[in-house]
Structure formats: structure tokens, C-alpha cells
Design a binder for this molecule. Structure first.
Ligand SMILES: Cc1ncc(COP(=O)(O)O)c(C=O)c1O
Length: 450
């Protein structure tokens, strides 16, 4: 068989082809193809693996997770309390092993990263330290279509400080007729309102549209106006390359059960820029695991909380080892592959999906109308931005006609994806375990419904 590669056209865009053989050629040339074998793939009722495009909700289980968890169960059975110091991975310092891989994952220094709690808990802990409103500067800039938990966290914190959330929370929304945010609108709002904004709290990747925000530009604009800037990175960590330290972000929070594949409700991540992480005088809620280990057990002699001068200083409780064992197995894989290689495949994979959908007649936001289409409304519309820098793994599609029918057809074809009411279909081909051929098969199902 003649091997073909995705090549570049004179405009520098990747050139794909629509035939099935091309999908096979892309898989054959995929340097990450072997990683698929290292996951448990859910199966269709009739046997073969499902096309799992729901990694933006819950990532698949790495096979190595079972061994990692079993090891801790064995150490617990064998050593009980002594496993804190004598286990194969001593539990007392268990969390320390995540600093370096966590830092590589989000572009941070090791002492800027800690894994603890759940995402929303970490968000609250960050807001305690970083949302310090004054009567003049008390507003929080968020986006209109934010994940509900973030909105609840921000609104309840605002109220906790005695402000009215309807007044204090300022939302930026897409322009009329558009689905995604424009960076210049965020900057304009910051220019206009910056002096009254205490905190900019945005998602690095939007959970509905899949849009990747220009985080460094937002952080720079926020800083110019004297605002604190924090990002929810639930859909960004393990999906797109991040440089949180270099971008001068104040804090970031993320979960580990989506693209990081660490399992449902697994312990979450948190980034605190070193200029704050080292500042032990920063106000926070304390707990023994955030206290200086040298005095941690001397609480009856020294009841005053002394923060660890790093992101560890926001820890409250001793870490959940079984959950962290799963994280250990999954993060190991990210370290092995590296975000650059993952991202290279991801761009190709979602680019290919987009090509096939457009080739099949699907309209994209910002794309020229199809010849002869007139004003006819499209059944489907891709709302995730076109340019690779503004998208990650996820492609979101507005389904204008019969979303329930499409849901049934996708299920019957063995596709696992997700609908956000009323009619946004979210699909995420994940570079660690999805194939180009799966993308090709998915596009065929969708085209048959158009
Ligand atoms: C963008 C975003 N923020 C926050 C959350 C809430 O996460 P948790 O339940 O881990 O607190 C989610 C969960 O899916 C999310 O997608």
C-alpha cells in the first residue's frame, strides 16, 4: 500500500484526505499509537471497543492503575501504620513525588504545584487567599458560560465578603451571533473596569465550546490593571501545553479525572505562583499538612500555624493514598510521552476530524458559506474555534435538528460522547488512546445523519 502523510498546502495548513485508507496511513505513522494498548477500552454490547470520545468528562483507566493501587493495598495489609515510613512509597511523603511531574505538566516550578482535595475545594482555598476585596475593588471577572461549580464558588465567596454577587460578578460573553470569546473583548472590559476588578477567574479551556483562551495575554492584561488572575484548568491540564509560571498566573486549579485519566473524583491539582507560594504571611485556612513538617507534630507546644513556604502550604489533610496511587500511574505516562508530543498528535487528530466534517458539508463558525448553500440553516455547526492554538482535544458541534435522534444513532454505532443541553455535542479524540480511524468512523456516522 502506498503510504501517505498529512502534508502542508501552500498556506501552511495541513492537507488531509477523506478516504478510509488515509486514516489507516495516519494510524500507521502515529508515534503514540502503542499507548492505546495501555488503557482499558470500554466495549460495545456486541463486543468490539466503543469509540470513546468522552475523555473531556472522564478519561479511560490506564492498565497500570490497578497495580499501583494494589501495591498500596498490600502495604496497608502488610505494614498498617508503619507504611507511612516503611512502605515502598512511604505515605508520609507520598505527595512529594508529584511535584516534579506536576510541574512539567503545567509549566511550573516544583514548589508551585500540589495535588490535594477536589477542584472546587481547591478553588475555594485559592479564593480565600486571592480574592481579597475592598469597597473600591471587589469585582470578579468571569465568563458567561462558566462551569456551574466555579460560578457557585465565586458567588458564595463574594457573598461571604458581604458583597452582592449580581453586582460583583462581571461576565464577559461572546458577541451577538458568535459562540466563543474574543480576547479583545476581555481586554476592553479590563481596560474599562480594571480598577474595580479584584480577580479575573476564567477557564483556560471552556467546557462547552472547547475554546482555549489566550492565557498569557489575559494574565498580562489583568496584571496591567492590578488584578489577580486565576485559571480553572479542568479542561486544559493534560490537554494543551501550559506555562503557568512564565505567564505569571497567580493561581490555577484542575481536576485529574478528565484528560489526566486518574479516575473518578481523583485528587485535584493546584498551582500557586512562587511569589505567593513562598509568602508564608499570606492569609489562608490552615491544616496540619500545610504546616511546616518540622513542627507538625508539636502542636501542643506550638499551636500557631506555620505554613510550608511552597504550594504545599495550602494542604489541609493528610493525602488520600489510594487515589494518589492512581494519579501516580497516570502522571507517569504523561511524563513519559511529554506534552509536546501529545499536543502534536492532538492537533493532527482534531484537525482531521474538522476536515472530515467540513468535507462532509458541515459548517464551521468563521468559515465561508458552502457553495450553493444560500441561507439554508445547517443541521450541524462546529463552534470550537478553527485555529489550532484556540482548540484542544475537544470539538463541539451545535446540533440544530433532532439532537435526540443523533444521540441514538451515535449510541447504536458504539460512539461514547456527550450532549450538553439543549443541543451541544461534545467529542474529544484523545491522543493517548484514540485513533485516526475512529475519527473517520465517527465522521461517517455524523454525515449519515446530516
Ligand atoms: C470546568 C470545571 N470546573 C469545575 C469542575 C468541578 O470539579 P470538581 O467536582 O472536581 O470540584 C468541573 C467538573 O467537571 C469542570 O469541568
Amino acid at each position: 500500500m502506498k503510504r501517505r502523510r498529512a502534508s502542508r498546502n501552500p498556506d501552511g495548513e495541513t492537507e488531509y484526505h477523506a478516504d478510509e485508507g488515509f486514516a489507516g496511513a495516519l494510524d500507521a505513522q502515529d508515534p503514540l499509537a502503542a499507548y492505546r494498548e495501555r488503557f482499558h477500552l470500554p466495549r460495545r454490547p456486541d463486543g468490539p471497543p466503543a469509540i470513546y470520545f468522552a475523555g473531556m468528562s472522564l478519561g479511560l483507566q490506564p492498565r497500570a492503575v490497578r497495580t499501583a493501587v494494589e501495591q498500596e493495598l498490600e502495604d496497608w495489609a502488610r505494614l498498617a501504620v508503619d507504611a507511612h515510613f516503611e512502605g515502598r512509597n512511604p505515605w508520609y511523603s507520598y505527595h512529594e513525588q508529584f511535584r516534579a511531574p506536576g510541574a512539567r505538566l503545567v509549566g511550573a516550578l516544583p514548589h508551585e504545584v500540589v495535588f490535594m482535595n477536589g477542584l472546587t475545594v481547591n478553588l475555594h482555598l485559592m479564593l480565600v487567599s486571592f480574592y481579597r476585596p475592598t469597597p473600591q475593588r471587589y469585582r470578579v471577572l468571569m465568563e458567561d458560560c462558566e462551569f456551574p461549580s466555579d460560578t457557585y464558588a465565586a458567588r458564595t465567596q463574594v457573598r461571604w465578603h458581604g458583597f452582592d454577587p449580581d453586582d460583583a460578578i462581571l461576565v464577559v460573553r461572546p458577541r451577538q451571533g458568535e459562540h466563543t470569546l474574543r480576547i479583545e473583548d476581555i481586554e476592553a472590559l479590563l481596560d474599562r473596569e480594571g480598577e474595580r476588578i479584584a480577580l479575573v477567574l476564567l477557564s483556560g479551556v471552556n467546557y462547552v465550546t472547547g475554546q482555549v483562551l489566550d492565557m498569557p495575554r489575559i494574565a498580562a492584561a489583568a496584571r496591567r490593571r492590578g488584578c489577580v488572575v486565576g485559571f480553572d484548568l479542568a479542561h486544559a491540564a493534560g490537554n494543551v501545553p501550559l506555562r503557568l509560571h512564565e505567564w505569571d498566573v497567580d493561581f490555577g486549579v484542575w481536576c485529574t479525572y478528565k484528560y489526566l485519566n486518574a479516575g473518578p473524583g481523583c485528587v485535584a491539582g493546584c498551582f500557586v505562583h512562587e511569589r505567593h507560594a513562598r509568602d508564608v504571611s499570606l492569609l489562608r485556612f490552615g491544616g496540619w499538612w500545610g504546616n511546616d513538617p518540622a513542627t507538625r507534630f508539636r502542636m501542643h507546644l506550638q499551636p500557631e500555624f506555620v505554613a510550608v513556604p511552597s504550594a504545599d502550604g495550602w494542604q489541609l489533610s493528610n493525602p488520600p493514598i489510594l487515589s494518589m496511587a492512581a494519579l501516580r500511574a497516570s502522571l507517569g505516562m504523561f511524563d513519559e510521552v511529554g506534552m509536546e508530543r501529545l499536543r502534536a498528535k492532538s492537533v493532527l487528530l482534531t484537525g482531521y476530524l474538522r476536515y472530515l466534517l467540513e468535507e462532509g458539508g458541515m459548517h464551521s463558525q468563521g468559515a465561508p458559506p458552502l457553495p450553493g448553500a444560500g441561507d439554508r440553516p445547517r443541521d450541524f455547526e462546529i463552534i470550537t474555534p478553527r485555529q489550532p492554538s484556540a482548540r484542544g482535544c475537544q470539538v463541539s458541534i451545535l446540533v440544530h435538528r433532532d439532537p435526540q435522534g443523533l444521540q441514538k444513532a451515535l449510541k447504536a454505532a458504539g460512539v461514547v460522547c456527550d450532549f450538553r443541553p439543549p443541543h451541544v455535542l461534545r467529542v474529544a479524540p484523545v491522543p493517548l488512546y484514540n485513533t485516526f480511524h475512529e475519527v473517520w468512523r465517527f465522521a461517517r456516522v455524523l454525515q449519515a445523519q446530516a
